[in-house]
Design a protein. Structure first.
Length: 300
C-alpha cells in the first residue's frame, strides 16, 4: 500500500484475514420495579439462562440481582468486601480463621471472630433470600438458590475459550471470545476509594488476565493489519502498564503502517519518558532501533 512503512510482523504470509463482527450493547431488560437487568455476554448468551436466580456484576461497578430485582441496599465497607470475596470464591468454602485473619489482621483472635460474626449477620440481612451463607466443616460458602451468573466468571470463561480457539488456529473465533471478555471488563474489581487488602490478590489476578486478553487481541489484529483496532487494545494495555516496551513498539509499528510517522515518533518519546520516570532507565536497543527506522522514514 502506497505511503506505508513496511516491516515484518509475526503473521504468516498466507494467513486468512479475521472477520470481526461488531457487537453492540443490547437494550437493558427491565424488572418489575423498573430496575435495569444486566445483558448476557454475546458469545455465551445462548448457553446462559434468561434470568438467573442470582446475577452479579463486579467488573462494571458492584451490583447484585435476585431474579429480576436489583438489591438496592448492598452493604458498605468491610461487609461489602466480605461479600465480594465470598462471591469470587463461591465454589470453595473459606474457613472462619482465614476470613478473620484477612479482614481483621490487626485484632486479636477473639476480637476478629466477634467482628466476623457481626459482619456475617449484617451480610445475611442484606442478602435476604438472594443467597445464603452455609457453614460447613471447611468453612463458609455463599450459595445461590438456583443458577448464578457472575461477570467475573464469564470474563475468565471467555478468556479461556479465546485461548483455546487461538491455539487451534481459529483466529476469528478467538477474537470473538476475547472481544466478549473485554465487553464484560469495564472497571477493575476494586472500586474507586476501596482499599480492602483482602481483595487485592483477586483484583490483580483479574487485571493480569485482562492484560493477557488485550495482548492476544492486539497481536492477532496486528497480524491481520487491523491497525486501528490494534492501537485501541494497546492503548488500554498502557493504562495497565505504562512502561511496557513491547506495547509501545506495537503502537509505533501501527502508526508507521498507517503512515502516521509523527505519532510513531511521539509514542517512542512517551516510552522514554515513562521508563525514565518509573525506573530511571532508557529504552532497550530493540525499541531504539525501531525508532531510528521510523525517524529515517520521517526525514525522507
Amino acid at each position: 500500500m502506497q505511503g506505508m512503512f513496511t516491516m515484518a510482523t509475526h503473521a504468516a504470509a498466507d494467513a486468512a484475514p479475521i472477520q470481526v463482527s461488531v457487537w453492540r450493547q443490547p437494550q437493558p431488560l427491565v424488572g418489575r420495579a423498573g430496575t435495569e437487568l444486566p445483558a448476557a455476554a454475546p458469545a455465551l448468551r445462548h448457553a446462559a439462562p434468561l434470568a438467573p436466580e442470582l446475577t452479579v456484576r463486579m467488573l462494571d461497578g458492584f451490583r447484585v440481582w435476585q431474579g429480576t430485582e436489583q438489591i438496592a441496599a448492598l452493604p458498605r465497607g468491610r461487609v461489602r468486601a466480605l461479600l465480594k470475596l465470598l462471591l469470587l470464591q463461591r465454589r470453595r468454602p473459606i474457613s472462619r480463621a482465614r476470613l478473620a485473619a484477612l479482614f481483621w489482621p490487626e485484632a486479636d483472635a477473639d476480637a476478629a471472630r466477634n467482628n466476623l460474626h457481626v459482619a456475617l449477620h449484617r451480610l445475611r440481612r442484606a442478602l435476604g433470600k438472594a443467597a445464603r451463607l452455609h457453614l460447613g466443616d471447611e468453612g463458609y460458602q455463599l450459595l445461590a438458590p438456583g443458577e448464578a451468573w457472575l461477570d467475573t466468571e464469564q470474563f475468565v470463561r471467555h478468556a479461556d475459550a479465546g485461548l483455546r480457539e487461538e491455539r487451534l488456529g481459529h483466529a476469528a473465533e478467538a477474537v470473538a471470545q476475547y472481544d466478549a471478555a473485554l465487553a464484560l471488563y469495564q472497571r477493575d474489581l476494586l472500586e474507586e476509594g476501596e482499599r480492602e487488602s483482602s481483595l487485592v490478590a483477586d483484583a490483580q489476578a483479574l487485571r493480569d488476565r485482562l492484560n493477557q486478553v488485550l495482548e492476544h487481541l492486539a497481536a492477532l489484529r496486528e497480524q491481520r493489519a487491523e491497525w486501528h483496532a490494534c492501537l485501541q487494545h494497546a492503548h488500554r494495555q498502557l493504562e495497565i502498564d505504562a512502561c511496557s516496551e513491547p506495547v509501545h513498539r506495537r503502537m509505533m509499528r501501527c502508526y508507521a503502517q498507517l503512515g502516521q510517522m509523527q505519532l510513531a515518533e511521539r509514542q517512542y518519546r512517551q516510552c522514554v519518558q515513562s521508563l525514565r520516570e518509573q525506573f530511571g532507565i532508557g529504552p532497550s536497543a530493540e525499541t531504539t532501533a525501531l525508532y531510528r527506522r521510523i525517524a529515517c522514514r520521517l526525514a525522507a
